[in-house]
Design a protein around this ligand. Structure first.
Ligand code: BDR
Ligand code: CA
Length: 306
């Protein structure tokens, strides 16, 4: 996670879902610097009284580039400038890559999913430094990319590139080219207005009782005021593992552009269907093509459940 508003909402959803056993959280440079992303991860774990879940600080820079931030959107604290107190909990003393590796090694073979809601720097470094890790992961669910397979599937950081992939395209390329099965939840699905939070969803949320609703509405407040809606990018990547029936996927061969003058960070999905498999460009990726509007209701209920 890279410490943004939707990362926080995704973590709350994961930690409030008995279907998932959350082992740990790694922060990465992205929306905000990695130190801030780590603090924001700890805030959620503390808010939900889940100190059993470790939070480790990951890499502070993209593999080969300078970081880009999204503080204009997520606030200087990553949480909508909501002025929250600092958490009392501390991050794990283990380096993030070792913490992930230990978790993978201690769980049943290939039973662990990695859900990525930020740039793919940590996971690319893991796969590069510890090649055995690849065989221990069941699948990687990525919030990232824009695949041009629905009317919403174009870039948000550039005309063609989505923020997480654009932030560290070389890392994304390593992950997309590794052997682990990938499910990609990109803007094609998350930008559909039918699954975004509206002003009336926000009012509903704000009127619920409890700490979690108060926290969620305080971090959403500025964004709803400015834009009138909020896309649930990162929560959707988590929900794929909780309610798979809400989501449709299609298989495309896809690659990540790392050199283009105008297309850096683009996820290029090969939509041609008349070529033999070995001529299709890139490895197969399951790309999310739609989310049932029931997802939004499900998300709101999970957030506000007593
Ligand atoms: C992604 O970029 C970040 O700003 C959000 O947290 C999300 O992970 C959407 O493009
Ligand atoms: Ca994110």
């Amino acid at each position: 996670m890279d410490g943004g508003i939707d990362d926080a909402l995704a973590l709350i959803l994961a930690l409030r879902s008995p279907e998932l056993e959350v082992a740990g959280i790694t922060a990465v440079s992205g929306n905000v610097p990695v130190e801030q992303a780590t603090v924001n991860g700890l805030r959620i774990v503390e808010l939900l009284d889940r100190s059993d879940v470790w939070v480790a600080r990951g890499l502070g820079n993209p593999l080969f580039r300078d970081p880009i931030r999204a503080t204009a959107f997520h606030g200087s604290d990553g949480l909508g400038d909501s002025n929250l107190p600092l958490p009392k909990l501390s991050p794990s003393r283990k380096p993030a890559l070792n913490a992930i590796l230990e978790t993978l090694a201690s769980s049943k073979r290939k039973s662990t999913t990695i859900i990525c809601t930020g740039p793919l720097t940590n996971i690319a470094a893991l796969l590069t430094e510890f090649p055995d890790a690849e065989g221990m992961v069941e699948e990687i669910v990525i919030m990232g990319g824009a695949y041009f397979v629905t009317e919403y599937g174009f870039g948000n950081e550039t005309p063609v590139a989505e923020f997480n992939v654009y932030s560290d395209p070389e890392a994304a390329k390593i992950v997309f080219e590794a052997g682990v099965p990938i499910k990609a939840v990109g803007l094609d699905a998350t930008m559909n207005p039918r699954v975004q939070l509206t002003k009336s969803d926000y009012s509903w949320l704000r009127n619920r009782k409890g700490w979690v609703s108060a926290f969620a509405s305080s971090i959403l407040k500025n964004n709803i005021k400015t834009y009138g809606r909020f896309a649930l990018h990162d929560p959707m990547a988590v929900a794929v593992k909780i309610r798979p029936s809400f989501f449709q996927f299609a298989n495309y061969h896809a690659q990540v552009e790392t050199k283009g003058e105008y297309t850096l960070g683009m996820t290029v999905a090969d939509r041609r269907d008349w070529l033999p498999d070995d001529k299709l460009a890139g490895r197969p990726v399951m790309v999310c093509t739609s989310a049932d509007p029931k997802f939004k209701q499900f998300f709101l209920r999970r957030l506000t459940a007593a």
